[in-house]
Design a protein around this ligand. Sequence first.
Ligand code: ATP
Ligand code: MG
Ligand code: MG
Length: 375
Amino acid sequence: NSVIGIVGGGQLGRMSAMAAARLGFRTRVLASDPDDPAVQVAHDATIGAYDDPTALRQFAEAVDVITFEFENVSADGLDLLSAIRPVRPSGLILRVSQDREREKTFLGDAGVAVAPWRLVTDSENLRAAADELGYPFILKTTRLGYDGKGQKRIASPDELQAAFDALEPKPLVAEGMVDFAMEISVMVARGVDGTVRCFDPTENRHRNGILDLSLAPARITDETAAKARDIAERIATSLDLVGIMGVEMFVAANGGLLVNEIAPRPHNSGHWTMDACVIDQFAMHVRAVTGLPLLEPTRHSDAVMKNLIGPTDMALWPRILGTPGFIPHLYGKDEAREGRKMGHVNMLFPRGGMPGEFGVQARLDFLAVQDDGKD
Ligand code: ATP
Ligand code: MG
Ligand code: MG
């Protein structure tokens, strides 16, 4: 039984390793800390820095195929890994997704609509970008941003310089503000043989820049859903993806779609698939990178996924555990720091019976009761 190498020790690696184990594979995780969530469940681990050639080499030589849950491996690191074992998805895809300038350029070239954007390298072209995009707009680092970190919303010219100075590393991109009706994402998988599979589009709601809720299916028309799948499949195919990828999109009021960003790995907004589909995003990913058949990921239930973030949401844990129909997932992190993703809960509904705002809201309200300290 072959060994899948997973770069990154976080919860996405943990859940990938668990899916791999169910299919009879062993996993080795490359992580910086022996307590990391993925290390706790993997068969083996290489503990070292993601930019340490010795650690990368040792890791690669001990596995049969390499995949990622962590996207920010350096170009040199990716080259080193690729020289030793098959890397899926390819280093090329990671280089596109880890850099917003390359990502937006690639998407534009592939004929996919994105928000208007400008590369910003100094105060002068920042001013020019602001004039062209208008206010408000969003300034983002091209690299290393996540959970809304590494970006600022700019409402007026007097905020320009401070925002430019504060955001690191440079360069930056300036993005026109999209007046979206909804945010959605599509999880798309592609196999070694080019087979493409799409999960149903998911509706995403953020709180403080962090994903809070995912609703599946997204409450969009069949036509918009078909367009969203088509875009995700087009991106996967143009990148020659092998593995799974999350494609984040904005839905305009008229149903038009703009792609926000891509993540060539399992994605937080795909966690609902773990309990509501015949095959989940992690199993699909493992199958894709090992060359196993990719099945149609039929959704047997509607679902709401709630992220459990920091100490506030973890206060809900006893209630979540005690509620039938709530399916809890914890990542094995010791310290519930503010803003830290500790786990998630999937709430299932009969397929096609997604009970509008009331049913969803009722369950969320139910969870929130404990916030008052009444229990
Ligand atoms: P992630 O954790 O998803 O990787 P990130 O830090 O890479 O997040 P983005 O996904 O680019 O950041 O942006 C975070 C959120 O900010 C988006 O989901 C959206 O709600 C909002 N946002 C980002 N860009 C725009 C935009 N151009 N117009 C309107 N809202 C935006
Ligand atoms: Mg991102
Ligand atoms: Mg995002």
